[in-house]
Design a protein. Structure first.
Length: 179
């Protein structure tokens, strides 16, 4: 798979955050929004990331299960763009990753109400402290019901590589059975 080869090249090049990707979604009002998330798995079955499902991205995907992913690897003059269908992973498929995360990240998933406005940073830190008291060191932090993974199944894939004089290479693939 071309993506796997390119990802290996990015990792070998030592680029910071090689799995960082821009996820663009559309709100129910038709407003686009992009943000950076981290790719956690990839293969023939798709590309996986995890998040709070009550966040703006989670709400957008619930209403419109399509997204665009962009891997902007500028230092090596490469970029990958996926136009894709997105589906939520089951709790059973999400829990192993949740429990592999550092304890602080697990508590943070409970404490952070992503995309909501807070009165102050202290409010977030107090909520995190509550979670530390609720699940002291040595106890299992359960995965929140509002948190989980998404699988992105590309319908269109574009691999871009910069060339001299702006004569760039652009390889575009469409999954069979798509318009």
């Amino acid at each position: 798979m071309l993506f796997a080869r390119w990802m290996d090249a990015v990792v070998a090049a030592g680029l910071p955050e090689p799995t960082a990707m821009v996820l663009a979604t559309v709100s129910p009002a038709g407003r686009p929004r992009g943000r950076t998330v981290l790719l956690k798995d990839h293969g023939p079955e798709g590309f996986v990331f995890y998040t709070n499902r009550t966040s703006a991205k989670g709400q957008h995907l619930a209403g419109q299960p399509y997204a665009c992913l962009v891997f902007p690897w500028y230092p090596i003059q490469r970029q990958v763009i996926f136009e894709a269908r997105v589906g939520a992973l089951s709790t059973a498929d999400s829990e192993p990753y949740f429990h592999s995360r550092p304890r602080g990240s697990q508590l943070g998933a409970w404490a952070s109400q992503q995309s909501s406005v807070l009165g102050s940073r202290a409010e977030l830190e107090a909520r995190y402290q509550e979670m530390e008291e609720r699940w002291p060191e040595g106890t299992v932090v359960p995965m929140p019901e509002f948190w989980g993974g998404y699988r992105v199944l590309p319908e269109v894939m574009e691999f871009w590589e910069g060339r001299l004089s702006r004569l760039h290479d652009r390889l575009r693939y469409r999954r069979e059975g798509q318009d």
